[in-house]
Design a protein around this ligand. Sequence first.
Ligand SMILES: N[C@@H](CCC(=O)N[C@@H](CS)C(=O)NCC(=O)O)C(=O)O
Length: 214
Amino acid sequence: MLKLFHSPGACSMISHIALEEAGADFEPVRVMLAEGEHLKPEYLAINPHARVPALATERGTITENIAILNYIADRFKAAGSVPRDDAFEGAKCNELLGWFASTVHIAFAQVWRAARFTDDESVYPAIQQGGRQALEKHFEEIEDRCGEGWLVGDRFTAADSYALTFFRWGNRINLDMSRFPRWAALNQRLLKQQSVQRVIEHEQLGTELFRPAA
Ligand SMILES: N[C@@H](CCC(=O)N[C@@H](CS)C(=O)NCC(=O)O)C(=O)O
């Protein structure tokens, strides 16, 4: 059986949602980042990069959300991952996932993990501030990409789940998320998906941080 190593509210929730949406037979295994469980030798044997998600399969472990999501797409051909019936939409979905993982996610790392960029603690505030500034710009672009439906074509993909995760993180670092009403509306559509509801319940996240702070 597949095993998903994940942490509540982390980017692993994107793969978690895709597995739920696919109706996959899988076991979610909690790795609490806040308690440093990802740094323990048992987990480093699963992912030496000390990150979630990781997906254990019958043939070995896959790490990196984008690789996991494309594997789920090939294996289950369901919504919530990457389109497989339209090469262009599949590429556009991977394009967004790539930008999210390589750029937007890294701006959050600047805010939360400044130590990853330098040993010089005196410049942490500048790195964090730079991350916030970058997020303001990236979040405006995400808002511009939101319309009446989904981010890619007219279907629910992992790009929507990634955006959902970022919105919650934006609230967690006290960005003013009320400036992104179309994105907030996308989240409300996502919250109606049973797969998303099951993951939120399983990860015990609550729904308040998926809308702008009151
Ligand atoms: N490039 C990786 C990044 C994964 C990642 O950064 N995961 C975070 C949670 S969102 C993590 O495990 N962080 C642990 C840490 O920063 O120590 C991917 O896309 O899967």
